[in-house]
Design a protein around this ligand. Structure first.
Ligand code: MSP
Length: 509
């Protein structure tokens, strides 16, 4: 039976349109999902939209729409972008869907029943943009410590979740599971935060209506983060514990940005503990993108719109750039010139040229029929060994979510391929009929190594990989079984490749 693998992205707020920050988390999820599928896993890849809460209600009011109209409109923009980015999610959950609302109400009722949620009164500072309560001491000169905006004083009757009761269990869990929160620096931050003491958490609001009503007390709506986090199980059919829930929970990895780590590494695990459900295996917080050195913001008008990037540079170039440029987990900077440099040097020069040169030679010297592999020289063996080692190293790097390093190790083999051509000098071999077999072996090694390269790239750049494999006479998508050396057979029809990535002759902006 195949292994099951469950990966999620955050569900995106519908008060904002998608930008590269959102695209980044979703792409990382897609690459992982595609990679696990190649390895033969039964994959569930979830994304969706977070449609409740005061923030959405306010945005709808100012747009002159109902919150649901706003959600319907913006949700479609996310879906359209995922399609354009070639994202292969299994399901798209909206928090306004019945399946979700019922699941949230169910878990909330259960926690009330067992007294993990109780009715009390709240007085504290609230940051609406962040949907977060702060104590007086947490404020930064009277402002929200996360976004530095003004906060409001709120006093309201509220349901509370007994988060304080789970402090020690959470610390013990983090301690016993070193991979639970990643990267490590983030894990340390969370441990320090929990050790300072967990307070009970306000999990309902009475000051606005746009949310899931508290079962049995409709004056209250459920706190948007309680609502949103639960999507990860309602999408699997919870409270029904058969079917997808049984197959896929606990989740293998929640991919999130560093700004929402506390919700995923403190709130969510304690909700799950209270509900008696297993905790996520891993929560991975990636860094933030700045743009040309500056924070991306509407007011600076520097928000990078992914649709524009795709139209200009192509979907696979964007996918490659975002995952290659910055090690996953660190902050990074987006600039057009960096993107153009990557396209020209990594994609057009290294990757594209190697395929062009190789397929052109196979067509010229062997009439587009792949020759068989004859006896191998030291050069050939070294090239083969490097290609085979790449498959192993990509596998272990992918399990660490080290996307950029995985791409680097693929590119080492691409560079080795270009060097191999220079060293074996096929054009010289071609002049001597006695070297025909030797020439054939060189061509075989080039094709076979690149078959492995494109098979791995299928996770990162699916349409490029499909083209590459087609030129090499191989089927798409690749399978785990195809990830070993020697699968191409002599006589395979090779197609002379067109330029996969034409050079971009523009100055970076
Ligand atoms: N709705 C919540 C998540 C609920 S999950 C149960 C939310 N939504 S969001 O739309 O504001 O953000 C979603 C994701 O986009 C977060 O992971 C966030 O880190 C990411 N990014 C938003 N701006 C970003 C950058 N500039 N750079 C990288 N990622 C960023 O939070």
């Amino acid at each position: 039976m195949s292994r099951s693998f469950y990966v999620t992205t955050p569900i995106y707020y519908v008060n904002d349109v998608p930008h590269i920050g959102h695209a980044y988390t979703t792409l990382a999820g897609d690459v992982l999902a595609r990679y696990r599928r190649i390895q033969g896993d039964n994959v569930f890849f979830l994304t969706g939209t977070d449609e409740h809460g005061q923030k959405v209600e306010k945005a709808a009011n100012s747009a002159g729409e109902t919150p649901l109209e706003l959600a319907d409109r913006v949700m479609k923009r996310f879906q359209a972008l995922w399609e354009k980015l070639n994202v292969s999610h299994t399901d798209f959950i909206r928090t306004t869907q019945e399946r979700h609302k019922q699941g949230v109400a169910d878990i909330f009722s259960q926690l009330i029943k067992q007294d993990d949620i109780y009715l009390g009164e709240y007085e504290d500072w609230y940051c609406t943009p962040c949907e977060t309560f702060w104590t007086e001491t947490q404020l930064n000169e009277g402002k929200c410590p996360d976004c530095n905006r003004l906060v409001d004083k709120l006093k309201e009757e509220s349901y509370f979740f007994r988060m304080s009761a789970y402090q020690e269990r959470l610390l013990a869990h983090i301690d016993a599971n070193p991979d639970f929160i990643q990267p490590k620096s983030k894990r340390n931050e969370i441990v320090a935060f929990v050790k300072e003491g967990l307070r009970d958490l306000s999990v309902s609001r009475t000051t606005f209506n746009w949310g899931i009503p508290v079962p049995g007390n409709e004056k209250h709506v459920i706190y948007v983060w309680f609502d949103a986090l639960t999507n990860y199980i309602t999408a699997l059919g919870y409270p029904d514990r058969t079917g997808n829930f049984k197959t896929f929970w606990p989740v293998d990895v929640h991919l999130i940005g560093k700004d929402i780590l506390r919700f995923h590494a403190v709130y969510w695990p304690t909700f799950l503990m209270a509900a008696g459900l297993p905790l996520p295996k891993k929560v991975f917080a990636h860094g933030w993108w700045t743009v040309e050195g500056q924070k991306m913001s509407k007011s600076l008008q520097n928000v990078v719109e992914p649709n524009m990037l795709i139209d200009r540079y192509g979907v696979d170039a964007v996918r490659y750039f975002l995952l290659r440029e910055v090690p996953f987990g660190l902050d990074g900077d987006f600039s057009h010139s960096a993107l153009v440099n990557r396209i020209n040097s990594d994609l057009a020069n290294d990757l594209g040229n190697l395929l062009n040169r190789s397929t052109a030679m196979i067509c010229k010297y062997f009439d587009c029929q792949l020759p068989s592999c004859g006896p191998m020289s030291d050069l050939d063996t070294a090239y083969r060994e490097k290609s085979v080692a790449m498959v192993q190293s990509v596998d272990s790097l992918m399990s660490e979510l080290a996307f950029s390093k995985a791409l680097q190790s693929i590119w080492e083999v691409i560079s080795a391929g270009n060097k191999y051509i220079d060293e074996t000098a096929p054009w010289t071999l071609a002049k001597d009929p006695a070297q025909k077999e030797r020439l054939g072996t060189v061509m075989y090694c080039l094709a076979e190594s690149q078959r492995l390269v494109y098979s791995l790239l299928a996770a990162f750049m699916p349409s490029t990989a499909e083209k590459g494999l087609c030129y090499l006479g191989t089927e798409f998508p690749p399978t785990a079984d195809s990830l070993s050396w020697g699968k191409l057979t002599g006589g395979t029809k090779i197609i002379k490749a067109e330029a996969l990535f034409p050079r971009i002759e523009e100055k970076g902006e």
